[in-house]
Design a protein around this ligand. Structure first.
Ligand code: CO
Length: 459
C-alpha cells in the first residue's frame, strides 16, 4: 500500500514554530529540490501566511505564490482556507469568496483545503464549487474535536455530505493536536467505510507527543496522505517529522515515493535557518516541547496558555482551577463548538469572565452574542436554552446562511482603496486585511515612485 506526504514546512510548521515569519527569500533556494522530492503536495500558502506577508514581511502574498509556482513546476501546491471566513475571522460576502478562490487558483494553487470552525457545511459549499470552476482540487476538512455530539456516526455523515458536495479528498484536521492513535484509527476507518474512494488525509500536531503514533494508526486504518514537516522544523506545536514517518512506514511495509537524498538536502537547508530563528528569539524552545497538560484538561495547548495569560493579566491565577472546570461547561452551553480559532478564544474569554464576574454570562462578548445569534453557522449540538435567553433576550437566532445577508464587498473596497490597488489581487488583500494591506500598498507605491525618479535621473 502506498502512503503519500504533504509537506507543511512552508505553511503550518513555520506558522506553528516561527509565528509565520519566514520570508520568501529564506526558502526560495530549496524550492526546486522540494519539487523533486516526490511529495504529494506542498502546503505553502493561506492560513496565517497571507496576513504575515502584509503585516510583518513587507511581501505581497500573491507575488509570493507566483514565485513559488514558477520554482515548483511539478508538485501540487496547497493552501488552507477557512471557508466563508477565507483567511480571516468573519464571514465574507459571496462575491469576495468567489474572487478569492479564483485568484488563488489563477496564481498557482492546485489544492485548496477548506474547513469551517463549526463544521457547518453551508460555510464551505461555495468554496468547493468555485474551486472546481477555477480548475482546482477541493480538499474538504473536518475540524476535529471530541464531545458527546461528535460521534463516529456524526463524522461519517459529515464526510458523506462533503462527498455529495463534490469534495475531491477529505482531511481530518486535528488543529489542536489532541487526537490519539485509537481515535485516529477508528475515525479513518469509519470515514473510509463511508467514502472509501476518496483519499483521506490526516493532519495533526505533535504538541502532546501523540502525533507520530496517531499518524501510524491512521495509515493502518487506510489514510492515504499524511501531513508532516521536514525534521528540523517538526515536533512540538508543529507536525511530526517527515523523515521519521518515512522510515517507520517503510519498515512497516508501506510504499513511499519520497527520495531520501532530497529530504536530507531539504533538512540541511533549513537547519541554519532554524538556528537563526532560535538566536533571534522568534523560535521559542518552549513551543518545541512535548506538553501533556492538554490531555489532562482536554483543552488544546494554545488555549491553555491563553487562559493562563488572561488570568495573570488580571492577577487571578489562583482561580485557574475554577476556570478549567468552567471551560467545558461553557462549551457544553454553546453546543460543543470545536475549540479552534476563533472559538477557542471566545470560549476561553467567556469562561474567565464567568468565574471572575461571580455570575455566569453576566458579561458576554460581541463575538459570543453573534455566535449564539447563528452568525457563525449552526452549533454542532443544541445550545442551553436558558443561556441563549440570557444572551439574546427576546431576539430570535437566525437559521439561514449568514453570508446570504451580506451585500457584495468588492465594489466598495475598490472605491476605498482606489489607485493604490493595481490588480484585483490587491483589492482582495485590502478586503482581507484592510489596514495592513493599505500600509503595504502605500510602501510599494513609494518604492515604485523612487525607482521611477532614479531611472529618470540616470537617463
Ligand atoms: Co495545523
Amino acid at each position: 500500500m502506498k502512503v503519500q506526504f504533504t509537506e507543511t514546512v512552508l505553511r503550518d510548521a513555520q506558522q506553528s514554530l516561527l509565528a509565520t515569519r519566514m520570508p520568501y527569500e529564506k526558502f526560495k533556494g530549496i524550492l526546486e529540490t522540494m519539487d523533486k522530492a516526490g511529495y504529494y503536495s506542498l502546503e505553502c500558502w493561506g492560513g496565517a501566511t497571507f496576513d504575515s506577508c502584509l503585516r510583518y514581511l513587507d511581501e505581497d502574498p500573491w507575488e509570493r505564490l507566483r514565485k513559488i509556482r514558477s520554482a515548483v513546476k511539478h508538485t501540487k501546491l496547497q493552501m488552507l482556507l477557512r471557508g466563508q471566513n477565507l483567511l480571516g475571522y468573519k464571514h465574507y460576502p459571496d462575491d469576495v469568496v468567489k474572487a478569492f478562490v479564483h485568484k488563488s487558483v489563477d496564481n498557482g494553487i492546485d489544492i485548496i483545503r477548506i474547513f469551517d470552525a463549526l463544521n457547518d457545511l453551508r460555510n464551505v459549499e461555495l468554496c468547493i464549487n468555485e474551486t472546481h470552476k477555477a480548475g482546482g482540487e477541493a480538499q474538504v476538512a473536518i475540524s476535529y474535536t471530541t464531545s458527546p455530539v461528535h460521534t463516529l456516526e456524526a463524522y461519517a455523515k459529515m464526510t458523506k455530505q462533503m462527498k455529495e458536495m463534490g469534495a475531491d479528498s477529505i482531511c481530518i484536521k486535528d488543529m489542536a493536536g489532541i487526537m490519539g492513535p485509537k481515535e485516529a484509527y477508528d475515525l479513518v476507518k469509519a470515514i473510509k467505510e463511508t467514502v472509501g474512494d476518496l483519499p483521506v488525509d490526516l493532519h495533526t500536531h505533535s504538541t502532546t507527543g501523540l502525533g507520530p503514533m496517531t499518524l501510524v494508526k491512521a495509515v493502518e486504518a487506510g489514510a492515504d496522505i499524511i501531513d508532516t514537516s521536514i525534521s528540523c522544523l517538526s515536533g512540538g506545536t508543529s507536525q511530526p517529522a517527515t523523515e521519521s514517518m518515512v522510515y517507520a512506514l517503510r519498515q512497516l511495509g508501506y510504499e513511499i515515493d519520497l527520495k531520501d537524498d532530497c529530504l536530507k538536502e531539504i533538512n540541511d537547508y533549513f537547519k541554519p535557518i532554524k538556528n537563526e530563528y532560535l538566536q533571534s528569539g522568534l523560535l521559542d524552545p518552549f513551543v518545541m516541547e512535548t506538553k501533556t497538560d492538554a490531555l489532562n484538561y482536554q483543552i488544546p495547548g494554545g488555549m491553555l496558555s491563553n487562559l493562563v495569560a488572561q488570568l495573570k493579566a488580571q492577577n487571578a491565577m489562583d482561580r485557574i482551577d475554577e476556570v478549567l472546570a468552567e471551560t467545558p461547561r461553557v462549551r457544553k452551553d454553546l453546543g460543543y463548538p470545536p475549540l479552534v480559532t476563533p472559538m477557542s478564544q471566545m470560549v476561553g474569554v467567556q469562561a474567565v469572565s464567568n468565574v471572575l464576574a461571580g455570575e455566569r454570562y453576566k458579561n458576554v462578548s460581541k463575538e459570543i452574542t453573534s455566535y449564539v445569534r447563528g452568525e457563525y453557522g449552526t452549533a454542532p449540538g443544541p445550545m442551553d436554552p436558558e443561556v441563549v435567553k440570557k444572551i439574546l433576550g427576546d431576539e430570535k437566532p437566525i437559521t439561514g446562511r449568514y453570508a446570504d445577508t451580506l451585500k457584495p464587498g468588492i465594489p466598495d473596497a475598490k472605491k476605498e482603496i482606489g489607485d493604490l490597488a493595481k490588480s484585483e489581487e490587491d483589492v482582495l488583500s485590502y478586503i482581507a486585511f484592510p489596514a495592513q494591506a493599505e500600509k503595504f500598498l502605500k510602501k510599494r507605491k513609494e518604492r515604485e515612485d523612487n525607482t521611477a525618479k532614479f531611472t529618470i535621473t540616470e537617463m
